[in-house]
Design a protein around this ligand. Sequence first.
Ligand SMILES: [Zn+2]
Length: 292
Amino acid sequence: MDEIIRAVTSDGFIKISAISGRGLVERARQIHNLSPVATAALGRTLCAASMLGDLLKEEDASVTLRVNGGGPIGTVMAVSDSSGNVRGYVQNPHIDLPLKANGKLDVGGAVGTDGTLTVSRDLGLKEPYIGSTALVSGEIAEDLTYYFVESEQVGAACGLGVLVNTDLSVICAGGFIVALLPGAPDKLIETIERNIAEMGQVTDILQNGTADDLVGRVLFGLEPEILSRRTVEYRCYCSRDRVQRALESIGREALEELAASGESAEINCQFCNEIYTFTPEEIRLFLAQSEE
Ligand SMILES: [Zn+2]
């Protein structure tokens, strides 16, 4: 079961979100038939998006994380609802790169650093809130940390990790985002920095542990109080209605052409690969209805 927990230190200066997301990353891997490095890149991004979604206060809101670094994986995209349920995709799901010298998957090499990380929060208002920063390493966690500091002026640190088995399945996945509230004493900041430096890899902890263990390690010695616990999953919101509206948005002329071709239009959802088929008769019906 995937879970996000949120906690705060007793002095209120430090807030943390931590996720254990093996199930949702494994689901993404199966849907998109991801290579190991693509599993790691999308998995880290999905876990980050899920934690940001869980922090949204508005119902029916969503947050989109888009990473575009010019590397061979192309765009990495993850969307979370306001309960932390996520969906996502990468442009090139099958790319394969040599492991790095330290034996880790080369997420930075796949993503690239010639581009941006963009966070878009749709709160149901006219315009979404969009912030964007240049990529630092393409490893996602570092890029997100830089984003918080530069774009949202929040002192933050982030760790993300996905461990892939030799049979390509996900062994563990997850991470944390820790935020320092204004006025946090230097000593507290030093403690957090030391804890993060000494805790090792996120995946080392999650391999035998939980999101609680991540919180315990990042906030070691600071008596964290758990604020909330929430089960999250990979969840797509596509439906025939939504796909139909997207199809109709291509315009009358294109629809007429499509209907005249005599062949059915097949549209597959980028997030879950569900295939929606529309026959020429159905397309003609949309055209007739939109005339009314
Ligand atoms: Zn879908």
